[in-house]
Design a protein around this ligand. Structure first.
Ligand SMILES: Nc1ncnc2c1ncn2[C@@H]1O[C@H](COP(=O)(O)OP(=O)(O)OP(=O)(O)O)[C@@H](O)[C@H]1O
Ligand SMILES: [Mg+2]
Length: 347
């Protein structure tokens, strides 16, 4: 697959402060890419650079092989769906969707046909004459998507488009968006700070932190092989503790030396040790590597979440079985489930 968009060393400054710090990113044609990161990390700013609403201080925006830094927003084959849908309240559903074609003086018959196709795509056939202000949140979002797609952009930018919907509606719309993206074979660049949403919807996840990209990878790569403690912590509730890499494949943490599979660190290099809650197993005393006392047990629907007080650290454990509060338990982690991270550099 070809790259449809490349960002090369993009720098954006506001009031003398660097908001994007040399960001580089390749987006392939027909790919569903998600920018994921905490509030203020620069996700919306990155979308606005792609959309042409912000001119970067330096760096290049490449679209299908050509530099488009100075191409105005309306000439880019890109459209945006915002979190607040920004529908025209005085226009009905049909006219909201038709708007982009009307201003281009597309013939009436063609407009009718294309609006009809869009309504079908977003499952709103029959809603043409409805007042948009009286639609539900999910229906309004469908109108916003139809309106953004009617000009047939090659790339759709979506900035937290489901943020205003409740959880159940959001799940349904996640599936709808994925279907629309695949059916139309479009490139989607999607912004969210919800890690589960990013992992379930995307081909590629771009984790951002403080105006930089921390990691780019498939959802499984990001989950299983986070590059640093920030990514590990942001993707799921990890246990992250200080460790010392005594030698290859042997790490010391929580007062114990434990086998792992990581190599290539300096002898006695300080590291972050990342343990997923589902990878800490409760075992019999003779198999245990660590011990602690169960402090809390919460049923999470599919698994139990236990907090085990190990003295120096409180361990979060996810398991389908649980031990009663107050029990002393032994814990074990398989070597391949121990993730060793270089200490995150201060930004
Ligand atoms: N027009 C602007 N002028 C000055 N500062 C800005 C402007 N736009 C954004 N910023 C700052 O740039 C940083 C990144 O903002 P951005 O909107 O890209 O973050 P975000 O990742 O989209 O966050 P959120 O998840 O809260 O939407 C923030 O610190 C923000 O305050
Ligand atoms: Mg934002």
């Amino acid at each position: 697959m070809e790259n449809i968009i490349s960002l090369k060393d993009i720098v954006v400054e506001f009031d003398g402060e660097k908001i994007l710090k040399e960001i580089s990113l390749d987006i392939k044609d027909k790919e569903f890419v998600t920018l994921l990161g905490p509030s203020g990390c620069g996700k919306t700013t990155t979308l606005r650079v792609i959309g042409g609403f912000i001119t970067p201080k330096s760096g290049e925006v490449i679209f299908e092989g050509e530099n488009i830094n100075s191409l105005p927003s309306h000439k880019r084959s890109v459209n945006t769906v915002f979190q607040r849908y920004a529908l025209f309240p005085h226009l009905n559903v049909f006219e909201n969707i038709a708007f982009g074609l009307r201003i281009k003086n597309v013939p009436k018959a063609e407009i009718s046909k294309r609006v009809g196709e869009m309504l079908e795509l977003v499952n709103l056939s029959g809603y043409e004459r409805r007042n948009v202000a009286r639609l539900s949140g999910g229906q309004q979002q469908r109108v916003a998507i139809a309106r953004a797609l009617i000009n047939r952009p090659k790339v759709l930018l979506l900035d937290e488009p489901l943020g205003a919907l409740d959880l159940k509606l959001r799940k349904g719309m996640q599936r709808e968006l994925r279907r629309i993206q695949q059916q139309l074979e479009l490139t989607f660049v999607y912004v969210t700070h919800d890690q589960e949403e990013a992992l379930t919807m995307s081909d590629t996840v771009v984790v951002m932190n403080g105006g930089k990209i921390s990691q780019i990878g498939s959802p499984t790569d990001i989950y299983n092989e986070p590059v640093d403690a920030f990514v590990a912590d942001f993707i799921g509730d990890s246990n992250i503790v200080d460790g010392i890499m005594a030698r290859d494949c042997f790490v010391e943490f929580a007062g114990r030396g434990i086998e792992c599979v990581d190599k290539g660190f300096a002898p006695n290099e300080p590291v972050d040790v990342v343990l997923r809650p589902e990878d800490i197993k409760i075992v019999s005393t003779d198999e245990g590597q660590l011990t602690g006392i169960v402090k809390t047990v919460v049923f999470k629907g599919v698994h139990y979440e236990m907090i085990v007080d190990g003295g120096e650290y409180q361990w979060i454990i996810h398991s389908t079985k649980h031990e009663p509060v107050g029990t002393q338990v032994s814990m074990r982690i398989e070597p391949s489930d121990i993730h060793i991270m270089k200490k995150t550099k201060e930004i």
